[in-house]
Design a protein around this ligand. Structure first.
Ligand code: LLP
Length: 419
């Protein structure tokens, strides 16, 4: 459920007509609904309340906008960060450093130092090499870093190959059959305090079955490590729950997910940690765009919109579907190819799709664009970096400026030997 609905024939974000935002800010622009974000955060948190000890670290990569993080911090969310930049955002949003988890295969020593200084609660380490380096960095600072070991359970998440992370051939985590040995060696290393295990098998999962298989496997590993006399107090089960992108698609609900977790983890006696991203942010945003022109095509007309793959990369990268709906639909429909202005054929949002009839100048939105939307934007083709707006009831604000090409140009230098 979200708060993007038609009122008097015009698509609104909560109480604000999207026409108002387009007129004031221009297009393309991402528009987020605070009420939807809060609702998703609460539904997920409340669903997990059936579990004994829970910590939720929102995966900032899904939507790192500061205003978004503020809303989630107020709902008691911590953060899963994967770079120094994301860590600074979590701290800037006022999140408790202890509630921040630092993931990622390539943390640098400088990032480790900064995270230790800031009091980040947990490192999710992805290799023995990383664990050894983290221990050395912490020891040199006279500190002990708290960590869990990310395990690669070799489970097929059944999602798009580019967003699968839990197969043996993926770069993430340590191989399942070596994990216990690595854990025990690191547990004996000064400078690092091992407290548990982590996994994350992929994103946009349509089924709970692969998650259940992975959790069952890692539960067995937890018992083996405990059996060898080591402590395991924290189990980080990652993110990955998919959301419907196409009207009518069915996806597991947070309640289904929580019930499965409760069943699989019964008797674990550990703090369970979660790293949801898309399920929190996905439906909280749309990408608002204007039709530049409708161009005759060989089969169907090309609807050329002013948003492009640099603003919303998911269709080009993962063949992803985003519903496209007119802001003021006439009720008529058409078959069209939706494309952006960028000069390559991957700048295509949809081919031969039945959509609301639109003409040049009309406004439309790509739905479910709140996760992995603005954050993946670039300035390719020297386009502006797309702005972001948050709506709250009848009020709204720009929460990220449009960065104009002139600003980017001003940061470039011509060396004097080229003059
Ligand atoms: N935890 C870790 C360690 C992750 O790598 C990710 C996502 C998450 C949590 C959150 O996963 P979620 O709940 O959002 O599925 N750009 C792609 C998605 C990449 C996901 C990367 N990792 C897309 O647009 O579909």
């Amino acid at each position: 459920m979200d708060h993007f609905e038609l009122h008097h024939g015009v698509l609104h974000a909560e109480h604000v007509p999207l026409t108002v935002i387009a007129d004031a800010v221009g297009t393309p622009v991402y528009v987020y609904s605070r009420a939807t974000l809060t609702r998703h955060a609460r539904v997920f948190r409340d669903a997990l309340a059936i579990l004994p000890q829970v910590r939720i670290a929102y995966a900032i990569k899904a939507n790192p906008n500061l205003a978004v993080l503020k809303v989630l911090a107020a709902e008691g969310y911590g953060a899963d960060v994967v770079s120094g930049g994301e860590m600074e955002r979590a701290l800037a949003a006022g999140m408790d450093p202890d509630s921040v988890v630092f993931s990622g295969v390539g943390k640098t020593a400088a990032e480790m130092r900064r995270a230790i200084e800031a009091g980040i609660g947990q490192f999710n380490i992805e290799s023995e090499e990383e664990g050894v380096e983290l221990a050395a960095v912490a020891a040199a600072m006279g500190q002990t870093a708290t960590a869990v070991l990310r395990v690669n359970p070799d489970v097929d998440a059944g999602t798009h190959g580019k967003i699968s992370t839990g197969k043996a051939e993926n770069k993430f985590g340590v191989p399942f059959d070596r994990a216990a040995d690595i854990y025990m060696r690191l547990a004996a290393t000064p400078g690092i305090a091992m407290r548990g295990l982590a996994l994350h098998i992929g994103s946009q999962l349509a089924s709970l079955a692969p998650l259940e298989a992975a959790f069952t496997k890692i539960g067995g590993l937890m018992r083996a490590i405990r059996g060898a006399g080591h402590t395991v107090t924290h189990m980080d089960l990652g993110g990955g729950i998919g959301v419907p992108y196409k009207a009518g698609d069915e996806y597991p609900s947070p309640a289904d997910y929580a019930a499965m977790v409760a069943r699989v983890t019964a008797g674990w006696d550990a703090v369970l940690m979660f790293e949801p991203g898309r399920v929190i942010a996905g439906n909280t945003g749309v990408l608002l765009t204007r039709v530049i022109r409708v161009k005759q095509g060989a089969a169907n007309p090309f609807v050329v919109v002013d948003a492009a793959m640099n603003d919303l990369a998911r269709p080009a990268l993962y063949d992803a579907w985003h519903d496209f709906v007119a802001v003021s639909p006439s009720g008529e429909r058409m078959l069209g190819n939706i494309v952006g202005p960028i000069c390559e054929s991957s700048d295509t949002f949809a081919m031969g799709r039945e959509i609301d009839r639109v003409v040049a100048g009309d406004l439309a939105v790509f739905r479910t664009a709140g996760a992995y939307g603005a954050t993946m934007a670039s300035t390719y083709n020297s386009r502006a970096l797309v702005p972001e707006v948050m709506v709250d009831g009848a009020r709204w604000a720009v929460v990220a400026d449009r960065i104009e090409p002139a600003t980017i140009l001003a940061a470039e230098r011509v060396p004097e030997w080229l003059d």
